[in-house]
Design a protein around this ligand. Structure first.
Ligand SMILES: [Zn+2]
Length: 487
């Protein structure tokens, strides 16, 4: 058996102002056939190494092509998208024939001229390899799972967990289904159920936790190969934006339809309880102050992981106005601020304008007097799973008793070592405020006495009914309508 693998990953916030281009894809890679060596610490590398090891165990030949990933922002530059897509297709044809194609894609990549980049890639891959080759893709649950993707792939598997801690397990399941098909033991058939919802579904809290467990339990039923819930990505305006349920069954289309409809309707039935209800800043700071121990607050709307600028300082401003002490805030994407502090040097106290630089979603800039406590070239933090996440040159500054981190490579704050790696001691902090919507919970959860996601201002608003969709086909979705499925 010969296995081809490739990856092209970004999540497009179509409301974000700046494009995703070569620079975005150059912050980590791209890797042209060498992600399992040169990029093995990245998420893409971790998954590709897993597929390579599975191939070795089975005596399959493993071939790797392009693996490229960019931090979410606006629509991908068309020529950049096409260049990467065509590199994958060129390798697929030149190095073939293959029995199995494994792709690591996001599912919410939108380019300047294509609303469904992953559907486009899968259609072209299918055209290149013909109908008999097993084509599988692992996607992020924040995808626009389109009928075109499902039609062109034999198997699509989404991460079940948010935070996405399970991408390795899902990658193994995808490998097993595709290998089963290539060896003639499985006939994967898929069905997609449209829940007609737009939402945000962390899996660490109820009712989503139990619903994810139901998906896993359904996979134990005879002939059910995989059950995936596509959360959808609310901040990408495409014809297929929304939440969907995907089930793969072994040779039984009716079973795939029955199970996807059953669990899709269960999620739909919980739709009111699933709506995020986060406190506003004042209320959140009040709750944090009352916490016995350490409260971790999330600046949910300014999460770089969802395409937001990561330089809105509204929450920090409120913390300073309330004279909060024993607190830390980060990480604000401010390369100019980092350069200014580096120039002044560690120990310097200087007037500094931070945040508010990218556009209306960044809010107002903030003029402060800051003391430079530490500077680190090429700072990084733990990402999801064993992967590292690059932060670029970063600086620890102190403003009226609050420790603040500014970074140069835009990324959400995943891990305490984003702070401790610069020398900040988190042990006696009463408040830790992070720019992330939910992924931070995987690594900050263990040190938090209370976690408070805050309804902050920014580019990732949770009022889904009010999002100004122009391209979304179904405008009659929950929560804009109470019961769009009429159940
Ligand atoms: Zn995601």
């Amino acid at each position: 058996m010969r296995v081809f693998s490739a990856g092209l990953i970004t999540e497009t916030n179509t409301f974000a102002p700046w494009p995703t281009g070569v620079r975005g894809f150059s912050e980590e890679g791209p890797f042209h056939g060498d992600v399992t060596t040169r990029g093995k610490d990245s998420e893409m590398g971790v998954l590709a190494c897993g597929w390579r090891d599975l191939c070795r165990e089975r005596g399959y030949e493993f071939v790797e092509s392009l693996f490229a990933s960019a931090q979410p922002s606006g629509r991908a530059v068309q020529s950049v998208y096409e260049t990467y897509r065509d590199e994958i297709l060129r390798d697929l044809k030149a190095k073939g024939p293959f029995d199995i194609v494994l792709l690591f894609l996001h599912g919410a990549m939108v380019s300047q001229e294509c609303d469904d980049c992953e559907g486009d890639i899968l259609a072209r891959v299918r055209e290149a390899v013909g109908p008999k080759v097993a084509v599988g893709a692992e996607l992020d649950p924040h995808c626009h799972l389109t009928p075109l993707m499902v039609e062109k792939a034999n198997a699509i598997i989404l991460m079940k967990e948010y935070p996405h801690t399970d991408y390795m397990e899902r990658g193994r399941e995808l490998f097993d289904i595709c290998a089963g098909m290539a060896e003639g033991k499985l006939k994967p058939v898929s069905h997609l159920f449209d829940c007609r919802m737009v939402g945000f579904y962390p899996t660490t809290t109820e009712p989503m936790r139990s619903l994810v467990d139901k998906c896993s339990a359904a996979e134990q039923r005879p002939k059910v190969l995989s059950v995936s819930f596509a959360h959808g990505f609310p901040w990408g305006d495409t014809p297929e934006t929304g939440s969907k349920m995907l089930v793969i069954a072994d040779g039984d289309a009716a079973l795939a339809e029955a199970v996807s409809t059953e669990i899709g309707k269960e999620i739909y039935a919980a739709r009111d309880a699933l709506l995020p209800r986060f406190p506003r800043i004042e209320e959140a700071l009040g709750a944090a102050r009352e916490t016995n121990g350490c409260a971790v607050l999330a600046d949910t709307a300014d999460n770089a992981g969802g395409g937001a600028p990561s330089d809105n300082v509204a929450l920090l401003r409120a913390m300073l106005e309330q004279r909060v002490q024993d607190a830390v805030f980060g990480c604000i994407w401010d390369p100019v601020g980092v350069k200014t502090c580096a120039e002044a040097g560690v120990g310097a106290t200087l007037p500094l304008r931070i945040g508010g630089k990218c556009g209306p979603a960044s809010g107002e800039p903030f003029d402060v007097v800051a003391t430079v406590k530490a500077f680190r070239v090429d700072h990084d933090q733990q990402g999801l799973g064993p992967a590292r996440s690059h932060m670029g040159d970063s600086v620890w500054i102190e403003i009226n008793g609050i420790d603040v981190v500014l970074n140069s490579t835009r990324t959400q704050t995943f891990s305490p070592d984003a702070f401790t790696g610069l020398g900040i001691d988190l042990k006696n902090k009463r408040m830790i405020a992070v720019k992330s919507s939910w992924h931070f919970q995987a690594l900050f959860g263990p040190i938090a006495d209370r976690i408070i996601p805050v309804a902050t201002p920014g580019a990732i608003q949770m009022d889904f009914a009010a999002i100004d969709y122009r391209r979304k086909r179904d405008q009659h979705f929950f929560p804009r309508e109470k019961n769009p499925l009429g159940l």
